[in-house]
Design a protein around this ligand. Structure first.
Ligand code: ADP
Ligand code: MG
Length: 333
């Protein structure tokens, strides 16, 4: 059985049902992301797992035990929020040791554990500092240390990086992933950032308006999306009109054909079996990638090519676009 099991979870505020029957199960040690646009119900699910919200119906089990009606402090979990959740009047050491003190750990053991945590997050010697003396990224590392110090069974992270600068966000997410793998702690990470979810998750739950659209590994979500929403929310997507393809390519009228921008090319490659005339409408040089906008029988399409230092085509050029038919994504319309 799964270590963390969510069964048909529903949450209604007044007349507004914001989580509409979510079910999933995860193994011990997995890093799980809840990914979806703002307002889709991610935080509400996390708060139900944490015990801050009571589900309208459904069940939550950890390690086979139903925890749905336990109080938050009976659930043995650690939480990190978006930002500024440290106790401002407590030192870093007292912040990290807070849960340990409540649990009744003696002072000398507590000090040792705080020291160990500060090493783990790369801030040794910071115990006497106050939160206001630290950068946002450092504060979030302290918040992480505070959450994991009592050795929780589950770590819940609600957009912990979204208030930070882009560079720090990227380095800190790798750090969180490394610490999580080191400790083997089962983690649920909420984000609206698809790149973040793809880069650090074992599996991703893609959510839309209170529903689960897809659950899978980053690889599966990106390469084998099962819904139009999942396909367009994660990564770039070209929807291609069925009419441009040779007879027999198209599945049926209730589906659409789509292709990621990097799956089209201007030169034939091993396996390409469809060649279509197109016109370059725009060229965006992005550094590693050159993004071409083309007109493919009246449909605007993106093509991403690696910068191979050859001269890119120019606007107005007539080109041939090569596609491998088995790369086509067939999505419900
Ligand atoms: P997300 O974290 O994906 O941005 P939330 O779970 O915070 O979304 O919110 C989902 C929906 O539930 C939103 O429409 C939000 O306004 C609503 N909501 C969240 N908490 C409450 C509450 N305590 N009372 C009423 N509505 C709420
Ligand atoms: Mg939220």
């Amino acid at each position: 059985a799964a270590f963390l099991e969510i069964e048909n979870l529903v949450k209604t505020f007044g007349t507004n049902t914001v989580v509409k029957g979510a079910s999933f199960g995860f193994d011990k040690g997995e890093f799980i992301s809840l990914l979806g646009p703002s307002g889709c119900g991610k935080t509400t699910i996390l708060r139900m797992i944490a015990g801050f919200e009571r589900p309208t119906s459904g069940a939550i089990r950890v390690d086979g035990k139903d925890i749905t009606s336990l109080k938050p402090n009976q659930r043995q979990l650690g939480m990190v929020f978006q930002a500024y959740a440290l106790f401002p009047n407590l030192t870093v050491g007292d912040n990290i040791g807070f849960g340990l003190k409540i649990a009744g750990m003696p002072a000398d053991q507590r000090r040792a554990r705080v020291e160990e945590m500060l090493k783990l997050i790369g801030l040794p010697g910071f115990e006497k500092r106050f939160p206001y003396e630290m950068s946002g990224g450092q504060q979030q590392r302290v918040a992480l240390a505070r959450a994991i110090a009592p050795k929780p069974r589950l770590l819940l992270l609600d957009e912990p990086l979204s208030a930070l600068d882009a560079k720090i966000r990227v380095s800190l997410r790798q750090e969180i992933r490394a610490i999580q793998q080191d400790l083997g702690i089962t983690t649920v990470f909420v984000t609206h950032d698809q790149e973040e979810a793809l880069s650090i998750s074992d599996r991703i739950v893609v959510m839309n308006a209170g529903n689960i659209e897809q659950l899978g590994t980053p690889h599966e979500i990106y390469n084998k999306p099962t819904s139009r929403f999942a396909a367009t929310f994660v990564g770039q997507l070209n929807l291609l009109p069925a009419g441009i393809f040779p007879q027999g390519t198209v599945a049926n009228a209730s589906s659409v054909l789509a292709l990621r921008p990097e799956m089209l090319s201007l030169a034939p490659k091993n396996g390409t079996d469809i060649a279509l005339p197109a016109t370059i409408t725009d060229v965006n040089f992005l550094g590693a990638v050159v993004r071409l906008n083309v007109d493919l029988a009246g449909t605007p399409v993106h093509i991403d090519t690696f910068n191979d230092q050859s001269t890119p085509p120019s606007r107005g050029d007539q080109v041939t676009v090569h596609i491998t038919s088995r790369d086509l994504l067939v999505l419900p319309n």
